[in-house]
Design a protein around this ligand. Structure first.
Ligand SMILES: Nc1ncnc2c1ncn2[C@@H]1O[C@H](COP(=O)(O)OP(=O)(O)OP(=O)(O)O)[C@@H](O)[C@H]1O
Ligand SMILES: [Mg+2]
Length: 235
């Protein structure tokens, strides 16, 4: 995926300001930055939930700059939402089937959805109504829904927030497996720096909509611009 000079304004605020970077198959890119830096807005543009004001989004040789969400999903872009929003009156399996139906008959969608539910470790919750799930399970369901569109890239928006340390380790293991075994590209927004550091090959740092750093994790954490952004220095 090539993200080229993307810009998004909200009134006078430039939430995403000329952001560019590439993500390759099997690669995990961490997207970090202080609250309000523009991370979720960038995801919304990439997944077709929000229009960009300028710039380009290229994926698998296709220009998706002006594509809306359903076309982005069909093209192979899966995502989770920071505010988890399962369809609460559907079961776990049915939630995942909704995405799988984009590319499959009902019978195939059911089978594929069941496999995804197992993959994210929710086999025992397959037929539970999603409205009755714990936060941890809802986070896993979000990941399952992202996988349901048979993506080539997944955008993960703080899926580790609120999980306990052993749940975080399980999720780290699964994300690494999705990249290494399935060759998925991953962009993950994460405030859990330990997790990002252990997973990502590259880290992109946004601050006030601007990309202020893009490097391997070891270099990014030592970058004075990044340290200043996290300490909230305005000058
Ligand atoms: N729909 C919108 N209308 C107006 N302003 C918005 C909208 N969405 C986001 N913003 C603003 O754009 C900026 C970036 O928001 P965004 O949600 O992308 O940040 P973020 O990096 O994901 O932050 P967080 O870490 O808190 O999730 C913020 O100042 C936010 O208030
Ligand atoms: Mg956000």
């Amino acid at each position: 995926m090539r993200i080229v000079q993307l810009v998004r304004r909200f009134g006078g605020l430039v939430a995403v300001n000329q952001v560019s970077f590439d993500v390759h198959p099997g690669e995990i890119v961490g997207l970090i930055g202080p609250n309000g830096a523009g991370k979720t807005t960038l995801f919304n543009i990439i997944s077709g939930h929000l229009k960009s004001d300028s710039g380009q989004l290229l994926f698998d040789g296709v220009d998706l700059t002006h594509a809306r969400a359903p076309r982005c999903a069909r093209a192979g872009i899966g995502r989770t939402f920071q505010i988890v929003k399962p369809l609460t009156t559907l079961t776990v399996l049915e939630n995942v089937m909704v995405g799988a139906l984009l590319k499959n008959s009902a019978a195939d969608a059911r089978e594929k959805a069941a496999r995804i539910v197992e993959r994210v470790g929710m086999a025992d919750l397959m037929h539970r109504l999603s409205g009755s799930l714990t936060l941890e399970s809802r986070k896993r369901l979000e990941l399952a829904r992202a996988l349901s569109v048979e993506p080539k890239i997944i955008l993960l928006d703080e899926i580790l927030a609120g999980l306990n340390p052993s749940e975080v380790e399980q999720s780290i293991h699964l994300i690494r497996d999705l990249a290494q075994t399935d060759g998925l590209a991953v962009i993950m927004i994460e405030h859990n720096l330990h997790a990002v550091m252990s997973l990502a090959e590259q880290i992109v740092v946004l601050d006030y909509g601007v990309k202020i750093a893009h490097d391997v994790p070891e270099a990014v954490v030592r970058d004075p611009k990044v340290i200043a952004a996290y300490l909230g220095s305005d000058d």
